[in-house]
Design a protein around this ligand. Structure first.
Ligand code: ADP
Ligand code: MG
Length: 708
């Protein structure tokens, strides 16, 4: 698995002898228990501690006595609770308390504060902080922050601005702060500057050491923000430099088969398709054709909403390969999808001499080991032109005669690994990555910087926009009546639920339970099938085949149907507990309908009240545009979750949130390119620290043999 950058990220300075590599347990004030708690937070060394950044800052104003409180300022006071009251008025129930410090009384009010009834009692001492207003000469705090204190707890004499660290029960923020404080100076002594003073001046960036000091011990908020900005810049620069190196390596050193393509071949390929390519498909084909003829490895992302016709474009590229006596492989994320692709391609290539073969665990089992071995031999001989399978196909010990093109479907894990594997086998093919998840511009600039992108932003003619509605569970029966009606008219439907079986842990609906309920109730008499990830590949396959052959009316499923399933006769996608799904996921699910010429419907059933859940559902009803959906999803969730970082091996930043750092990101990209132009191997002495950090960061992730 690729190491995420977070593990090794931006370690401020060098080598083994450095104080930064001191283990945390050797630090004063850190015993074995604390050391263990630190390790659980990923902090193993002094260097890690230096990079354990505050998640927020808190301004603690000095405490005032109640008689000296003034209106409109944020102030801190304390006193004994002398009265409490809960006022359940609608729509804003409130919890009220009064504190007294001997100089006077202050009122406290928390709206929606029902939970405080069990927490704040008369006789307690509270410290409160918040904005003060006056009502009938009595100072009042509205929704103040509060802490229970002892009468003996020290008063805050001086205002301070202090860091709040991500903490655990065993290791509270205050303890982390104290330990960092104690060792900050010795750690800072090891922090070296990466960039020339001139560059820092130009972008108004703090020095590196200054930034590390200020992020932990800022004088005020603006200083903390300046520190963050510098450290984020460093994160983005490392990323961009790494990408720059990778791209240059490929551009400069790698070659890929130079394919030939002329008008005749182009016409021959097009004749295979039962329709005219859309303008957008046409453009993508041109861009791909140019890459294939260049002799340099294509590294292209083919991005288009579900149903926009990416597969056909990929097939075009594969057929160019065939004509050039080169094999292609199409890799899908799951075996079921590999089979779908296999069927699609076989269909389009009927009555041609092009041979397509499916390689999955299942085919081997079905045909026996002998057929499996025979197929592998045909692949190794070059008799198989197009091999369809999962990623296992190129990771395992499978031989190709002359692999020219790898098409990867719906995997953002971008071929760095696969490329290395294939290179090990002496192959350097072209790459085409198909994705229905549009890459928002900010991400395209960072994670996908070394990919060229083709966009299919047009659907094939005749498609009707999918009608999406959000209904409350109370109306679900009407929705099921509608499903019945569509089935009555000869159509099919999907019902999607968040989990396979009831796990007893939460009240999310499940496929198993709903299948029974619907069979006996709302959908009684219809032919219902079940599909989920715990079924064997054979069972899944059998069910999909039945559904495709219209032997089933309704498929009750989990999100296994999220990608690739292509049954144009299905016109209803009903998603129950819709609030449990991410926005991009909902959009993917919706893409399973609307694939034919009939009007299709997506029905979201949910009693969502939470703000973001409701925002997702509203977004779904307001647009069918995958790009808009992706932008909204990114805004709602942030990039890490957006792609599921772990799954895809994308880098994580400690501080940078690329959706908010557009300007700095652009700047970093320009600066990185300029730097590499000026010192291609970062060999100049002034770039030593940077080069070391880069080597460390990309260790094992990118093939950066020249550096480090
Ligand atoms: P994607 O992979 O982008 O989701 P597909 O390649 O599976 O989309 O295409 C979706 C459907 O549209 C398929 O049934 C395909 O045959 C059809 N299709 C693709 N391109 C065109 C076109 N230019 N005109 C009409 N139908 C098309
Ligand atoms: Mg597809």
């Amino acid at each position: 698995m690729t190491r995420t950058l977070a593990n090794t990220n931006a370690t401020p300075a060098a080598g083994a002898g450095s104080a930064l590599s001191r283990p945390v347990e050797s630090l004063d004030g850190v015993g074995p228990t604390r050391a263990k708690a630190f390790r659980a937070l990923g902090v193993k060394t002094l260097g890690d501690l230096l990079e354990y950044f505050p998640r927020a800052y808190q301004f603690e104003s000095s405490e005032r006595v109640i008689s000296q409180l003034v209106p409109n300022d944020i102030q801190t006071a304390r006193g004994q609770v002398v009265a409490v009251d809960y006022v359940p008025s609608r729509p804003r129930p409130r919890f009220e308390a009064t504190i007294d410090d001997g100089t006077g009384k202050a009122g406290l009010v928390w709206f929606h504060g029902a939970y405080l009834r069990t927490r704040i009692h008369p006789g307690m001492n509270l410290r409160v902080q918040g904005k003060v207003s006056f009502f009938r000469n009595i100072p009042k705090f509205t929704n103040p922050r509060w802490w229970a204190v002892e009468e003996t707890t020290e008063r805050i004499e001086e205002s301070r601005f202090r860091p709040v660290y991500p903490a655990t029960g065993k290791l509270p923020s205050e303890a982390i702060q104290r330990i960092i404080e104690d060792h900050l100076e010795s750690a800072l002594a090891e922090v070296v500057e990466w960039f020339p003073a001139e560059l820092l001046r130009k972008h108004k960036l703090l020095g590196r050491r200054e930034a590390y000091r200020a992020i932990h011990r800022p004088a005020d908020e603006p200083e903390a923000m300046r520190a963050r900005r510098r450290i984020i810049y460093d994160e983005l620069m490392l990323m961009q430099l790494g990408l720059g190196f990778g791209k240059r390596l490929r551009d400069g050193q790698l070659t890929a088969p130079m394919m030939r393509l002329d008008k005749l071949l182009d016409e021959r390929i097009r004749k295979r398709f039962p329709f005219h390519l859309t303008g957008a498909q046409q453009n993508a084909v041109w861009e791909i054709a140019r890459d294939l003829q260049s002799g340099r490895p294509m590294n292209r992302l083919l991005q288009g909403d579900v149903g926009s016709g990416k597969t056909v474009v990929a097939l075009y590229a594969m057929l160019v390969g065939v004509a050039n006596k080169l094999q292609s492989t199409l890799l899908a994320p799951t075996e079921v999808l590999a089979e779908q692709h296999y069927l699609t391609l076989s269909n389009l290539l009927r009555e041609s001499s092009v041979t397509v073969e499916l390689f999955t665990g299942r085919t081997k089992k079905q045909g026996g080991a002998k057929q499996g071995a025979a197929a592998l031999k045909r692949l190794a001989d070059g008799q198989v032109h197009i091999a369809v399978g999962t990623q296992a196909l190129i990771q395992q010990d499978v031989g190709f005669a002359n692999l020219g093109l790898v098409v990867v479907d719906e995997q953002h894990k971008l071929g760095v690994r696969q490329r290395a594997v294939l290179k090990g086998k002496g192959m350097s093919p072209h790459y085409l990555v198909m994705t229905a998840t549009p890459i928002p511009r900010t991400l395209a600039l960072s994670y996908f910087a070394d990919f060229d992108v083709s966009v299919i932003d047009e659907l094939p003619p005749g498609r009707q926009p999918i009608r999406t509605t959000w209904v409350r569970p109370a109306q679900a029966d009407k929705a099921y009546d509608f499903v019945r009606k569509e089935v009555g008219a000869g159509r099919q439907a999907y019902v999607v639920l968040p989990q396979i079986d009831d796990n007893g842990l939460d009240d999310a609906k499940s496929v198993i339970v709903e299948h029974t309920r619907l069979s006996e109730g709302p959908l009684k008499g219809l032919r219902l099938g079940v599909l989920h990830g715990q079924m064997s590949t054979d069972e899944k396959h059998a069910t999909m085949t039945q559904f495709r052959d219209r032997q089933l009316d309704v498929l009750v499923a989990t999100t296994v149907i999220e990608v690739g399933i292509d049954v144009p006769n299905a016109t209803v996608m009903l998603i129950d507990n819709a609030e449990r799904f991410g926005l991009s996921q909902l959009h993917q699910l919706r893409g399973r309908v609307g694939r034919g010429s009939e009007l299709s419907h997506c029905i979201l059933v949910s009693d969502a009240t939470g703000e973001t859940a409701a925002a997702r559902l509203k977004a779904m009803t307001s647009t069918n545009d995958g790009f808009q959906i992706a932008e909204m999803d990114l805004a709602l969730r942030g990039p890490g979750e957006f792609f599921g970082t772990r799954q895809h091996g994308l880098p994580e930043f400690k501080l940078a949130d690329v959706t908010n750092e557009m300007e700095l990101l652009q700047q970093a990209k320009e600066d990185a390119l300029a730097l590499l132009a000026n010192d291609p191997n970062l060999a100049k002495p002034e770039h030593r620290a940077l080069r070391e950090a880069l080597a460390k960061q990309f260790e094992g992730t990118l093939d950066l043999a020249q550096i480090g």
